[in-house]
Design a protein around this ligand. Structure first.
Ligand code: SF4
Length: 374
């Protein structure tokens, strides 16, 4: 059976005009499938320039991959038309980082809830429409009588974001892609919104892709996690394994940045943010001699790459920060190694384990849970 939504060896590069041969590799040879059952919450975690927002836009069909494919139920997303396209637009909903940008300030907030009901013919009568809106608002902890009839500026950021979650609820999608949904709300509302997302997963059977720079909230609500670094998977697998027993040096660095030594106390109370230097680095840049459209899959990792600082990188993109760097790390890019049944990492430290092709990450993510870290 085809996956609900799948990135298959997807690479996205930007730039590479006629006179400037440098391109930015935002996502490099990324494969990941979201199965329709059982519904799971998968976190995509990364700092600025890791490729997570590019991935979200690819999964939504807002941009096209430079190479590779995005498939919806086995069909190329870019070729979907007619009924299939409408089904996709209903099945896959997005929750954005800044809810205010989604609202038209001249319309009452009712408008964002009524429009999809009309567009997708979700209610047969005005009474059914009102019942659907009320149910959706209550599902995210909002009181209809205190919410409807107001303009966006009359509501708090948290209320506006919860309305966007309610909008997703009334569409009854099979998958929600939430891109940094709590990064612009204060800490007290963060938990409420995350609870709402978790409820959608558990009560309504919706799968969630939770995109964030914040490992703490990813740990709180996810079943699985994919840690991205400069457009490629650093470590991925069952969230407890990856967060409590990180194996990739980059994941270990992220976990260590939690100031509280006892992770039982730290999670949920401390937000892990990328260091200032990380924010400046951004995605890997490479210099190419041919048209961008002809770039092979795996370009960032497999061709001579010119990154920030002017160094030629032919190996691991984390080598310049890694405390365990070895000569071989500079010679060729590490493949994914399967460390546990439910976890893999892209690091030569685990070269005695089975190496995987990028598309085999799906087998790791689908592995029977309960594996223990060694
Ligand atoms: Fe560090 Fe080498 Fe592993 Fe890269 S492959 S994370 S440089 S040990």
């Amino acid at each position: 059976m085809s996956a609900l939504l799948e990135a298959r060896e997807a690479t996205k590069v930007f730039g590479g005009g006629l006179f400037d041969k440098r391109v930015t590799v935002a996502l490099d040879d990324f494969s990941f499938a979201i199965e329709s059952a059982p519904p799971r919450v998968t976190a995509i975690v990364g700092e600025s320039g890791s490729g997570k927002t590019t991935l979200a836009r690819l999964l939504l069909g807002l941009i096209t991959p430079t190479s590779g494919q995005i498939l919806y139920e086995g069909h190329d997303l870019q070729k979907l038309a007619g009924h299939d396209r409408r089904t996709f637009l209903r099945d896959v909903q997005m929750i954005f980082q800044d809810p205010y940008e989604v609202y038209n300030p001249f319309y009452r907030v009712d408008h964002v809830l009524e429009t999809p009901i009309t567009e997708f013919k979700l209610a047969a009568s005005p009474a059914a429409r009102r019942a659907l809106i009320n149910e959706s608002l209550r599902a995210v902890g909002l009181r209809p009588e205190e919410t409807l009839g107001r303009y966006p500026h009359q509501l708090s950021g948290g209320q506006r974001q919860r309305i966007m979650v309610a909008r997703a609820v009334l569409m009854r999608p099979r998958l929600i892609i939430a891109d940094e949904p709590v990064s612009m709300v204060d800490a007290s509302l963060r938990a409420t919104i995350l609870d709402s997302l978790r409820q959608l997963n558990q009560q309504y059977g919706m799968s969630i892709v939770y995109i964030t720079h914040d490992l703490t909230t990813a740990f709180q609500i996810s079943d699985d996690i994919i840690v991205l670094y400069r457009g490629a998977v650093a470590e991925a697998g069952e969230v407890d394994l990856v967060v409590r027993h990180p194996r990739h040096p980059y994941t270990q660095l992220l976990i260590k940045s939690v100031p509280e030594p006892n992770p039982e106390h730290a999670w949920g109370s401390v937000e892990i943010r990328p260091e200032a230097a990380d924010l400046e680095d951004g995605a890997a840049q490479v210099e190419v001699s041919g048209p961008v459209g002809l770039l092979p899959t795996g370009v960032a990792a497999s061709v001579a790459a010119k990154a920030h600082g002017g160094h030629l990188l032919t190996g691991c993109t984390f080598a310049d920060r890694c405390p365990y760097v070895m000569p071989m790390c500079h010679e060729s890019p590490p493949p994914l190694f399967r460390i546990d049944p439910g976890r893999a990492a892209t690091c030569f430290l685990y070269r005695d384990r089975p190496a995987l092709a990028s598309e085999e990450l799906n087998q790791v993510m689908a592995a029977e849970r309960g594996a223990t870290a060694r």
